[in-house]
Design a protein around this ligand. Structure first.
Ligand code: ZN
Length: 455
């Protein structure tokens, strides 16, 4: 039996919603349809007009600390995590997971609290592994055949240049971009209004605003400085916009970008926990609980903000990542998903797959699929349509025009470069190295990584 704190919040079930209780056979049926939920307890299914929401939580009463391995049953809190999981009858299916935080019983452990992994839910529902294939398969049945039938050919024109170059290797195109995303600066409108502040456009303003907005229990800003690619990805818009590159991380603009992050932690405007906070759900939770006035994050958090009832330009705003000097172009990293066709299968299967890929490029199909996945379309013309109904995507749409794929210089070797950078980020923020010596060490590694000509 789960403690009450692990139960999901009552949520936004409206009078119009249909909320059936989930019985044993009903649960089995849902597990057949959504196999990623296996191992979880399904609480209820909510049918709103626009979406189907399935509420679920973990079955286990305790969880193992990922740092020291000790099992804990001491619940520190719980939050709901909303993830997209395909579609049913043309409507998005949202999984609302109750995720518990446990307190590590080992006092010497570096992790005071940790979120349960729910048989690796974070892997099942990681941002980069949104169950794209399953979702696309569902749409293939529904839209792909029809859309594919009215197509003649495919062209790479009409796309954001970065989205096409991300699919290109040594002059050849290997896949097609289905959706993109990037990071922006989310800010709490009420906190800014109360402090009589405008959202920052430069690093100096960012640092000053963060400081002014910091008042326990609120930190001015939170970002992701974890020991993985996500922290490199979050620092990229800062150093790329300042003119630095991945090939030389010891240049002054690169050092200044990392120094900015270090300064905000040093002066208390950002919590030291940024070393452990992933961009989702950790940063999202800090933001929604009012513990961070600003966060660096992306459109994948929209379902959680929506679920909480937060509206763009009401509870929160989004501005581009501030630049070092006023008016610099924001060069953000390009995220998203691409589709490629394997070389296996029969001629007939290949032909169908190709028709289907073509169908997915159609403006109406692209608009529908990307909206379900909280991505931006990869064609500016389609994006224009999306912005009419979704102004919260405005900043990301603007950034996409000048966004840079992460693999331009190093191709498949990019993860080695990224690791060198996030290692430097961690060393500089913990204070075990100065910014310059951490980046010298990173450069030592990067200099030994082979560059691969991408686009
Ligand atoms: Zn521990």
């Amino acid at each position: 039996m789960l403690p009450q704190s692990a139960m999901p919040p009552a949520g936004a079930a409206t009078a119009a919603s249909h909320v059936p209780e989930v019985s044993g056979p009903g649960e089995e049926l849902l597990l057949m349809l959504f196999p990623r939920l296996r191992g979880l307890r399904i609480l209820l299914v909510e049918d709103t007009e626009e979406a189907v929401a399935i509420r679920a939580c973990c079955r286990a009463a305790c969880a193992r600390c990922p740092s020291c391995g000790v099992v804990s049953a001491r619940i520190h809190g719980a939050y709901a995590r909303v993830v997209a999981d395909g579609a049913a009858g043309g409507r998005p299916v949202l999984i609302i997971l109750a995720v518990r935080r446990f307190r590590c019983p080992d006092r010497s452990c570096a992790k005071a609290t940790f979120a349960e992994q729910a048989e690796d839910l974070s892997v099942r529902y990681r941002r980069h592994s949104v169950p794209l294939l399953g979702m696309l398969a569902a749409f293939g049945l529904e839209l792909g055949g029809r859309a594919g039938a009215r197509l003649a050919g495919f062209t790479t024109s009409g796309y954001y240049p970065g989205a096409i170059s991300e699919c290109t290797y040594q002059g050849k195109q290997y896949c097609y971009p289905i959706g993109t995303n990037s990071v922006g600066l989310f800010y709490n409108k009420a906190m800014f209004a109360a402090a009589h502040l405008q959202p920052p456009t430069t690093w100096a303003e960012l640092q000053a605003d963060a400081k002014k907005l910091t008042k326990a229990p609120v930190y001015g800003i939170a970002f992701d400085a974890t020991a993985d690619e996500q922290s490199t990805w979050q620092l990229e818009p800062f150093f790329w916009s300042a003119g630095a590159s991945l090939t030389n991380v010891t240049t002054p603009p690169f050092q200044s970008a990392l120094q900015l992050w270090v300064n905000m932690v040093k002066d208390g405007s950002a919590s030291k926990s940024v070393l452990n906070w992933g961009q989702d759900p950790d940063l999202t939770q800090q933001f929604m609980q009012g513990h961070a006035a600003m966060i660096v994050d992306g459109p994948w958090i929209f379902p959680e903000l929506n679920q909480k009832g937060w509206t763009y330009n009401k509870e929160y705003g989004i501005v581009p990542i501030p630049t070092d000097k006023p008016g610099q172009t924001v060069v953000a990293p390009l995220g998203g998903e691409t589709m490629d066709m394997g070389t296996g299968g029969s001629t007939e299967q290949q032909k169908l797959a190709w028709e289907w890929v073509q169908g997915m490029q159609q403006p109406d199909v692209m608009e529908h699929v990307t909206s379900l996945m909280y991505y931006l379309p990869t064609k500016p013309a389609v994006t224009e349509q999306v912005l009419k109904g979704g102004p919260e995507y405005t900043v990301f749409a603007k950034e996409t025009q000048t966004a840079r794929p992460r693999t331009t210089e190093y191709g498949a070797n990019y993860p080695k470069v990224s690791q060198a950078i996030w290692t430097a980020i961690q060393a500089a923020i913990t204070g075990t190295s100065s910014v310059s010596s951490a980046l010298q060490t990173a450069q030592g590694t990067i200099s030994g990584v082979q560059q691969v000509s991408g686009g």
